[in-house]
Design a protein around this ligand. Structure first.
Ligand SMILES: *[C@@H]1O[C@H](CO)[C@@H](O)[C@H](O)[C@H]1NC(C)=O
Ligand SMILES: *[C@@H]1O[C@H](CO)[C@@H](O)[C@H](O)[C@H]1NC(C)=O
Ligand SMILES: *[C@@H]1O[C@H](CO)[C@@H](O)[C@H](O)[C@H]1NC(C)=O
Ligand SMILES: *[C@@H]1O[C@H](CO)[C@@H](O)[C@H](O)[C@H]1NC(C)=O
Length: 460
């Protein structure tokens, strides 16, 4: 009986399914239409209606983008209506010719895929939540948050073509943007305001300000970055390491200085305050190679002697012009130097010396994999001002990228004497092996701490 029914029953069962799908679609379309009315303010009470109608235009300021939202809803409605039409005609066709069966291709191409697309489009809509009785409108940030079309284009996940899974195993690509960008909407919109394919404004300092304020990573842009008027070929590496670069290879527009000599520590109008003296090669040349008056300074050869031949790659986390990396290069060690352009062209300088500047802020997880670095050196960046919780997150991130047996070189960290115990606890909590540990006086109230620590094995 079961067997002989199969052929007759199948169309019936298919019809049943079609009816269920159709019913679902009808409900969906009705719901969506209702939300549309809702956004137009139909269900708001008395005063609310007035408030709503009057604010709908300037709601972009702090609220959500109602127009974009309603456009999205409209799109989905159209998709569902088309689908409904197709299903209805198919259903009539089936009723007329009982012999016809539904094939997989039809189901896949005409039903499953459009439904999937509608589903995805629906999910992209971030519905605002209504809070309290003065109908403060809140919504998930980002997709509907930004009004500028280029930001929205950037943020919207990009589905792979022809619905395929990409080499990363996902069906779409998400561009990233720091969540604090929400707090700096005006600046981000200014940053993203350009004609596609034309020249960007000379606004790297706006971009850096955003990054430092947590809008990090920033969106990518589709405009052309300006360069200096002439760009002469850089000096060969045997000369570039210890020579001030050609100043014509830097765009000086956003700095107070107009050439490298002006960046000298002797010039009170040099425009930057961190790492003064870093652009004077005579001063740089003695660092880490000759005994200084400072008790807390280790020499590179002494450090490398601890692990002969083992230290090959590393990270220099600080503010500088790449001198540490230059010296290490001479010892056949490749160092990546973090750099921010705080009032002076630190990135340009490091790169023109033939070294690698890594343009990152304190905000972000380091872009390196776990257990890979032989050495992390840090100096002049995070001193006594840093919040202990922030330092904790940073330390654990360093620990993550440092390999077992790798060295953490804390170079002249300074802080108030009364805070020293807190910081010492932070540095010692990871239970690294102590190779060197020196505390020395900086001034009446301040002390230097230098340490050379080794990450233990973690075969767990
Ligand atoms: C909500 O309404 C009640 C009564 O109208 C009022 O007492 C209360 O303060 C309102 N709450 C907010 C958050 O406005
Ligand atoms: C640097 O190397 C180039 C060839 O690679 C050589 O012609 C030049 O003289 C060298 N410069 C110095 C200062 O050694
Ligand atoms: C630094 O001083 C130590 C002893 O204080 C000495 O052994 C070493 O050779 C000196 N190094 C340099 C580069 O002058
Ligand atoms: C670096 O490598 C070069 C070439 O292998 C070698 O000649 C040189 O002695 C090395 N320098 C140091 C300091 O080990």
């Amino acid at each position: 009986m079961g067997r002989s029914c199969l052929h007759k029953c199948k169309p019936m069962r298919v019809m049943g399914w079609l009816q269920i799908i159709l019913g679902g679609l009808v409900i969906l379309v009705s719901l969506l239409s209702l939300t549309r009315f809702y956004y137009a303010g139909f269900f708001l009470q008395n005063d609310d209606i007035c408030k709503y109608l009057y604010t709908i235009n300037d709601i972009h300021e702090g609220g959500f983008d109602a127009k974009a939202l309603s456009d999205r809803v409209g799109e989905v409605l159209d998709m569902l209506e088309t689908l409904q039409g197709k299903l209805e005609s198919k259903s009539q066709e089936l009723e007329k010719n009982k012999g016809i069966t539904l094939n997989n291709k039809f189901l896949e191409e005409e039903i499953v895929r459009p439904l999937h697309r509608a589903n995805v489009a629906l999910r992209q809509i971030r519905l605002p939540k209504i809070e309290g009785n003065n109908s403060i409108v809140k919504e998930d940030p980002l997709i509907n948050f930004f009004v500028t079309e280029e930001i929205r284009k950037y943020i919207t996940p990009k589905e792979n073509r022809v619905g395929k899974i990409n080499l990363y195993g996902s069906d779409k690509v998400y561009n990233t943007i720091g969540h604090s960008c929400v707090l700096h909407k005006k600046e981000v919109e200014k940053y993203m305001d350009y004609d596609i394919g034309s020249y960007c404004d000379d606004d790297w300092n706006l971009a850096q300000k955003l990054m430092l304020n947590g809008c990090d990573p920033l969106p990518r842009r589709r405009c052309l970055t300006r360069a200096s008027k002439v760009y002469n070929k850089p000096y060969p590496i045997n000369e570039s390491l210890w020579r001030l670069p050609d100043e014509r290879n830097v765009r000086w527009g956003n700095y107070q200085c107009r050439n490298f000599d002006c960046l000298s520590s002797k010039n009170p109008k040099r425009g930057y305050s961190k790492c003064t003296g870093c652009f004077e090669m005579e001063k740089e040349k003695v660092k880490w190679v000759s005994n200084s008056s400072l008790f807390a300074e280790f020499l590179i050869i002494d450090v490398l002697k601890i692990k002969p031949g083992e230290i090959r790659i590393g990270l220099d986390y600080g503010i500088g012009t790449g001198t540490f990396a230059a010296r290490m290069r001479e010892n056949n060690v490749t160092i990546v130097s973090t750099a921010l352009n705080l009032g002076a062209p630190f990135n340009e300088m490091i790169a023109l010396r033939g070294l690698i500047p890594l343009y990152v802020t304190l905000n972000q997880r380091l872009p390196f994999f776990d257990n890979i670095m032989d050495l992390i050196h840090t100096t002049g960046f995070m001193d006594g001002w840093i919040d202990l919780l922030l330092l904790d997150f940073i330390l654990y991130d360093w620990d993550r990228i440092l390999r077992p047996g790798g060295l953490l070189w804390i170079d002249k960290f300074f802080c108030n004497r009364k805070d020293l115990d807190d910081y010492m606890y932070m540095f010692l909590q990871l239970r690294y092996k102590k190779h060197k540990w020196v505390i020395s006086q900086k001034s009446k109230d301040e002390v230097y701490l230098s340490a050379l620590l080794e990450k233990p094995p973690r075969a767990i």
